[in-house]
Ligand binder design. Structure first.
Ligand SMILES: *Cc1c(COP(=O)(O)O)cnc(C)c1O
Length: 388
């Protein structure tokens, strides 16, 4: 049995029934200005008089979920990575399509199955698209993806391998986002655009449930790479649900890690307002000019005393190499950003603290970036005598 759930607008507090006909608060979205984060993001709220099981805190009943290796990802200590004794890697590279995005995609797919919808549309910088494409394929659903032409080739290849229809956009992610919404509205298809579809936040919260179950308690610190601000919002949502139903007492300190060249949420946390940035970073999965979940993520960071930190591309690439060399975990640049953020902030952290780094995507998704810190063998040999 699922628990009673409904949508509540995170801006005005109005309540709505959960259905495919509503994605965003119809009243608050009227005040939407171009080039600012989304207004009227809907939050799923649960109601229960009696004790609940964590597994039931989703707005779609379990029977609709495809049986796929998504979530329940490994949490492990990398002994040689650092002296911190309770430093954990939450390894979301091990999801079906290699990224954290699968957590949102599987809930959207379950929702589509429940409501007999057979096509999903979305804009993506790469991972959300390849994730939805893979999970939809495994469920017999169709996917149409609007992808900026600059997306890493491996991510486009992945989506095409899964059989998605890929529309290459002459413009950035923000342009792809707008075009995909126009398209899904025109053809009355289900949008999985991040932040816009409230189930993207709700699906991503599963990581917090798992952290609580794997550690037997809430962690003290969680480092999260942040672009649109939906993963971090999902992390908060999971812990908020756990607090609401009495599983944990205190909100962990969540640290938003952003690239110096794509710092909209970090800047807003400092100044209180959002400015459009002209994003430029090697970590393509966290490069956004207008963070779609910005207002909502900012609200959570402010309410729960979250922190933010910026890392340079050089720091990200070094962290990526380090993580590979010292933990055997090859992560894409955006995913290595959480480790880069930890390295930059670790002097302020208590050594004994339980710290989790979210490692959100595999390194093979962006081999061009990974080539920056390695040297290919210069010569070939025919005999081992030639080895220097
Ligand atoms: C999408 C993504 C992020 C950032 O998530 P947002 O919800 O955009 O903040 C981080 N890392 C990877 C690998 C991603 O694909």
């Amino acid at each position: 049995m699922a628990i009673k759930s409904k949508y509540i607008c995170s801006d005005c507090g109005r309540e709505f029934e959960i259905s495919p006909d509503i994605m965003i608060c119809p009243l608050c979205s009227k005040m939407q200005e171009p080039n600012e984060p989304l207004r009227g993001i809907l939050e799923v709220h649960y109601n229960s008089e009696s004790a609940v099981k964590i597994e039931t805190l989703f707005p779609v009943e379990k029977k609709w979920f495809p049986s796929l290796p998504v979530g329940n990802t490994p949490l492990w200590k990398a002994e040689h990575l650092d002296i911190f004794p309770n430093l954990y890697l939450k390894d979301d590279t091990s999801n079906l399509t290699g990224s954290f995005k699968d957590r949102a995609s599987i809930l959207v797919a379950a929702f589509a199955k429940k409501h007999k919808i057979n096509e999903i549309v979305l804009a993506s910088t790469g991972n959300a698209g390849s994730s939805m494409a893979g999970i939809a394929a495994a469920c017999g659903l169709k996917t149409t993806i609007f992808l900026p032409k600059t997306a890493p080739k491996a991510k486009m290849i992945q989506a095409l391998q899964y059989g998605a229809k890929v529309i290459s956009v002459d413009g950035n992610y923000d342009k792809a986002f707008d075009l995909s919404l126009e398209y899904s509205k025109k053809h009355r298809l289900l949008s999985r655009n991040t932040a816009y579809n409230p189930l993207t936040i709700e699906g991503k919260k599963s990581v917090s449930f798992e952290l609580f179950q794997q550690l037997g308690k809430a962690p003290d610190y969680v480092f999260v790479p942040v672009g649109d601000g939906v993963i971090i919002s999902g992390v908060y949502k999971g812990f908020k649900d756990l607090m609401q139903f009495g599983f944990i007492k205190k909100m962990p300190t969540v640290i938003a890690v952003q690239a110096e060249g794509s710092a909209a949420i970090h800047n807003a946390l400092k100044s209180g307002t959002f400015q459009v940035v002209d994003s430029k970073t090697i970590a393509d999965s966290i490069a956004v000019d207008v963070p779609r979940g910005g207002y909502y993520a900012l609200k959570q960071l402010q309410k729960y005393q979250g922190k933010s930190i910026l890392v340079s591309d050089e720091e990200i690439l070094s962290a990526q190499k380090n993580l590979s060399e010292k933990a055997g975990l090859f992560a894409e640049p955006a995913a290595a950003a959480s480790y880069a953020g930890f390295l930059k902030m670790k002097n302020e952290l208590p050594v004994e603290a339980t710290i989790v780094l979210l490692i959100t995507g595999t390194g093979l998704k962006d081999i061009d970036a990974a080539m920056e810190k390695i040297i290919f063998p210069q010569n070939t040999i025919k005999s081992i005598k030639e080895i220097q």
